[in-house]
Write a protein that binds this ligand. Structure first.
Ligand code: SF4
Length: 428
């Protein structure tokens, strides 16, 4: 029997009112996703078509990394391009030809749009089509936008994965597709659990290499591992694949519910499910209990940032004993986070979008024990005496599935422990 069956929620938040805000927002742009995507897709190259600002953002988000063969770069649009005096389209295609002639290891090339390329209406789709035709079959050239206008930083991954879906070959085979870029070690753990459950035909989007033979069709069912993949979800459904809705695999409960949904789809019997999951579940529960000691009875306030907010609030309230005051998310896509909303006890304010000044006022008035927010808000809030957690860390750190459940709780308890230590140190 799973914990969900032992402990069903009375009413969830799926139909709770949502405060919709449409004001100034404080988030990183979608270019940030390149930092984890280029590590995941080992034969891909991400060419940002943007300004020096975009190049600086990538450099600083990536840290100062020196690659023998870097796998992302920026084609800088100069003032003449922006003023429409030069043919940026032709120049871009020449740059790509030069890059591909030098780098035979590149099998997928993404032209990544930015604010400047959108402002001058550079047609990257046309460029990708022409370049693909020229460099096929060795290299596939795709395009997506990472522009900061009206996006959040995790939408970069969504746009990238969605751009790959129409180009995938067709298959009639019954298969499970895991969707979302996970660190390799976490992905391997998930694949191992699925294999032990007897689910054999499992593919992953994004695949580590382009030649992995990824294909899709009407007998593909897919399970998302990240809650920010709304565009990819729609693109997969357009190809006839079917989504398996489930809470996201954060914490013991989320992981068990996610695996149970997949197991039901593939007819795995209860005895086998319990035999495979009981030991890692017990390990995860023990790890969470220890790491969450500092979280019990504490309040948490989420600013909208990573789109992980709703599943994480579910984890923190149900498995770590926290109370959620406000859960802000850039978008609330009930087709994706509905199962997590079902498990959330009513009470917190659910907010979609952002009006940052009004939200800051609400946060200050509540004075939560922990505030989860972007880097731009964290320092000022810390200076005002609030403990904060940077939302972006949750995307860079392995946090999914059983073996990471304790670490996930630890990410939230660390700022509280640090604050307690500082107070003790200063004698206050
Ligand atoms: S894409 Fe836009 S928001 Fe992102 S770094 Fe470039 S100019 Fe800035």
């Amino acid at each position: 029997m799973t914990r969900l069956e032992r402990n069903p929620p009375a009413t969830g938040c799926r139909n709770a009112p949502i405060l919709k805000e449409r004001g100034q927002h404080e988030v990183f742009c979608g270019l940030t996703g390149i930092i984890w995507l280029h590590r995941k897709m080992q034969d891909a190259f991400f060419l940002v078509v943007g300004s020096r600002t975009c190049a600086h953002l990538l450099q600083s988000a990536a840290g100062v990394m020196i690659f023998a063969e870097p796998r992302f770069g920026t084609a800088i649009l100069e003032e003449t391009d922006l003023a429409g005096l030069a043919d940026a389209q032709e120049e871009l295609e020449r740059e790509v030809d030069r890059l591909l002639a030098r780098r035979s290891d590149i099998r997928q090339l993404f032209l990544v749009g930015s604010c400047p390329s959108e402002v001058i209406k550079l047609d990257l789709a046309r460029a990708a089509e022409r370049l693909s035709a020229r460099h096929a079959p060795h290299v596939r050239v795709l395009n997506y936008s990472g522009s900061g206008i009206e996006t959040t930083f995790t939408e970069g991954e969504d746009a990238c994965l969605a751009s790959m879906v129409p180009a995938l070959p067709e298959t009639a085979e019954r298969q499970l597709l895991l969707v979302g870029a996970l660190p390799d070690v976490v992905e391997d753990q998930a694949l191992d659990l699925l294999q032990k459950l007897g689910i054999e035909n499992v593919a992953v989007l994004p695949a580590r290499r382009a030649d992995k033979g990824l294909a899709i069709g009407p007998n593909t069912v897919f399970a998302l591992t990240q809650p920010f993949l709304g565009g990819t979800h729609a693109a997969l459904e357009r190809r006839g694949a079917r989504h398996v809705p489930a809470p996201f695999p954060f914490g013991e409960e989320g992981t068990t519910a996610w695996l149970a949904a997949v197991a039901r789809e593939f007819g795995v019997d209860r005895a086998r499910f319990d035999a495979v999951t009981s030991a890692p579940r017990a390990r995860a529960r023990r790890a969470i209990r220890k790491a969450a000691e500092a979280l019990h009875g504490k309040s948490v306030f989420f600013f909208p940032d990573s789109q992980l907010e709703i599943p994480l609030a579910r984890f923190l309230t149900r498995e770590c004993g926290m109370e959620a005051i406000e859960i802000g998310a850039p978008y609330i896509h009930k087709g994706l986070v509905g199962p997590d909303l079902d498990l959330l006890a009513p009470g917190p304010t659910l907010a979609e979008g952002q009006d940052v000044e009004r939200q800051l006022d609400r946060c200050r008035a509540e004075s939560p024990d922990l505030t989860v927010c972007g880097l731009g808000l964290a320092n000022p809030l810390e200076a005002e005496g609030l403990a904060t957690k940077w939302a972006i860390e949750l995307v860079f750190t392995p946090v999914h599935f059983y073996e990471q459940a304790g670490d996930l709780a630890g990410l939230f308890s660390r700022p509280l422990r640090r604050r307690t230590a500082l107070h003790l140190g200063t004698g206050s």
